[in-house]
Design a protein around this ligand. Structure first.
Ligand code: SF4
Length: 529
């Protein structure tokens, strides 16, 4: 039986504080009110680490590293990058003993670096062996992906599948039953093909394969349940590489199970093709309320940026109004009325600025991801679109006076003039200013409305002093409500080595007076300030 922290073991008060603190961050960062405005298919909620998938939770973005997991440094680096980009779950290949052995160390370093993204182990062929021989790997992972088509043949298939499920059960971990069109259980396919012939059912082979994918997922779910897993420990996926098949399969699957569904068009391909094919298929399903977590499987260019798949997934959910991740930029496509590249450069620079700043903004301001910006090319649609955005700039088209009116919340605020660089700097300053004024400083909802002293409120962080208890680079702010003379914001951060906790001031200055009860922990030593 799992306790409310998703753990089968008794948890100390100190441990509970840590877990609550971690859960608090995730719930706040993962929470999105827009999710509740769209009807979703009802599913079981599955906890993957501290992230909830299904059960009405916001649709979760996930991705997968393409590094050799046995290479600790590169896998750690890419995992941190993916998580920073917005991947709420990250999957690692666990294919050989060296990879399984590396998993606990990478996980430890991730936590030390303040990255709490739950990690999924991707197993094929030998998952039952690796998870048995490397129990620390089984413990470190937050979910196991099992492909029922790649877990063995005949009687051994069920045995080996069941072994993985039992290890998951014993470690209190969920699994994903990940059926894939390219590695479907061939015994099942042959049986269904034969049945089609014998009964003269007249089904096309593609139809039979689609049926087999759903059957494989459902039969494997039953086997997982028989192996001791609960409904709230099983996620299902049935990925194909063809959008129409994917839509058919998932619609069928969603009508037959209440397990949460992981969506993804497998082997979607490179660049624009992969993005459009993924968006076309996943968009239909998501719009119909099907899908609890998504991955966009893009093939990166050699040396390309793996985070592209995370950005694509976030954009898709934001486009459908299912989640908000970052301010959106409306930019016109340009036409014969624009003869300079200034407006394209400005649109690109604004988009880049948002991407760079969002990791910071989202820790500081509530609701900033809902902001809308517009960068427009001429007077035809420029003022109209700019007024419709929170901040919009209408650049001059060919023959227009070289002035750029800026509209803030529908009202003309200022007119900018100058070179591209000057415009970019001025517009970014307006964006910064708008955010600082419009969006409230973030406090965690856990503490909102509380009037007790902030020392009490932060006690969990101060009293859990293990290396992992306070994530590095995790910034925490609170307004010091207990002291009416203090108007500043206090910020703490611990370094990667956890060698110190730093406390510094933000404007307006805040002075820590002796005896106010601030306790700073340095290498296990508490210092009262
Ligand atoms: S706003 Fe002006 S520049 Fe942009 S597409 Fe429309 S007409 Fe062309």
């Amino acid at each position: 039986m799992l306790n409310r922290y998703g753990c089968a073991h008794p948890i100390s008060r100190k441990g509970r504080n840590t877990l609550e603190l971690r859960g608090m961050f995730t719930q706040i960062e993962g929470f999105d009110a827009t999710a509740s405005r769209h009807p979703r298919r009802k599913t079981y909620g599955v906890k993957v680490g501290h992230v909830r998938v299904g059960g009405g939770a916001p649709i979760v973005v996930q991705s997968m590293t393409n590094t050799d997991t046995a290479d600790i440094e590169t896998t750690l680096k890419q995992t941190l990058e993916l998580a920073e980009a917005g991947s709420e779950l990250v999957r690692w290949t666990v294919n050989v003993p060296e990879a399984a052995a590396a998993v606990p160390e990478i996980k430890r370093r991730m936590l030390d670096a303040g990255c709490l993204a739950p990690i999924i182990g991707d197993f094929h062929y030998n998952g039952h062996v690796l998870l048995t021989k490397y129990p620390e790997c089984a413990k470190a992972l937050d979910k196991y992906r099992i492909n029922p088509g790649n877990v063995g043949a005949g009687q051994r298939r069920d045995e080996q599948f069941s072994t993985i499920c039992k290890i998951a059960r014993d470690n209190g971990k969920p699994v994903r039953i990940g059926v894939n069109g390219g590695s479907l259980n061939q015994e099942l396919v042959m049986r269904k093909m034969q049945e089609n012939t014998d009964k003269n059912m007249g089904k096309e082979s593609e139809e039979i394969i689609n049926d087999c994918m759903v059957i494989s997922a459902l039969e494997s779910t039953v086997l997982a349940l028989e192996s001791g897993l609960r409904h709230d420990q099983i996620i299902i996926s049935c990925k194909t590489s063809r959008p129409r098949d994917l839509i058919t399969v998932y619609k069928d699957l969603s009508a037959k199970t209440e397990q949460p569904l992981h969506l993804g068009l497998t082997e979607a391909g490179m660049g624009m093709k992969g993005q459009i094919w993924s968006a076309a298929s996943l968009g239909v399903l998501l719009y119909e309320g099907i899908g609890d977590t998504i991955r966009i499987s893009l093939t990166p260019k050699p040396g390309g940026d793996r985070r592209e798949e995370v950005y694509a997934a976030c954009e898709l959910l934001q486009a459908l109004g299912l989640r908000s991740f970052a301010p959106s930029v409306t930019a016109c496509p340009g036409c014969g009325r624009t003869t300079s590249t200034t407006f394209q450069e400005l649109a690109e620079s604004v988009q880049g600025y948002i991407r760079d700043m969002m990791p910071i903004w989202k820790t500081q301001y509530d609701g900033v991801e809902e902001m809308t910006l517009a960068v427009m090319g001429c007077i035809v649609n420029g003022p109209g679109e700019s007024k419709a955005a929170n901040i919009g700039i209408s650049l001059p088209g060919t023959g227009e006076a070289p002035r750029c009116p800026v509209y803030i919340d529908g009202q003309k605020d200022v007119t900018l003039e100058g070179t591209y660089d000057e415009l970019a700097v001025a517009f970014q300053a307006l964006v910064d200013n708008y955010i600082a004024k419009k969006y409230p400083r973030k406090t965690t909802s856990r503490w909102k409305g509380r009037t007790t002293s902030w020392r009490w409120r932060f006690r969990p962080s101060w009293t859990t002093t293990s290396r992992r208890s306070i994530p590095a680079r995790r910034r925490m702010w609170c307004r010091r409500q207990a002291d009416p003379t203090a108007t500043g914001v206090i910020k703490w951060e611990n370094t990667l080595e956890f060698s110190s906790l730093r406390c510094w001031e933000r404007l307006p200055p805040f002075h820590c007076t002796p005896g106010t009860g601030i306790t700073v922990v340095r290498q296990g030593q508490e210092t009262k300030r």
